[in-house]
Design a protein around this ligand. Sequence first.
Ligand SMILES: [Zn+2]
Length: 73
Amino acid sequence: MGIKSKKNKATWRKNKLSVRVCGHCFMCNKELLSNEGGWIINAEHKFFCETHSENVDSCFDKYLSKDKKNIYL
Ligand SMILES: [Zn+2]
């Protein structure tokens, strides 16, 4: 029994390769993977989707505009 569970663990690790979940987007809770771009971490150590394209509101943009609103409330 002990040997079998060890084997399963090794297989699981192999399939994962070096891809790991770095965090979850603070706004939409999407998994942010180490091998994929398109996300950033801010000074508060929160993760956000960031498409780095103009005219598109990324989760980070949304968070910033939400933050601004909160200041004026
Ligand atoms: Zn997001």
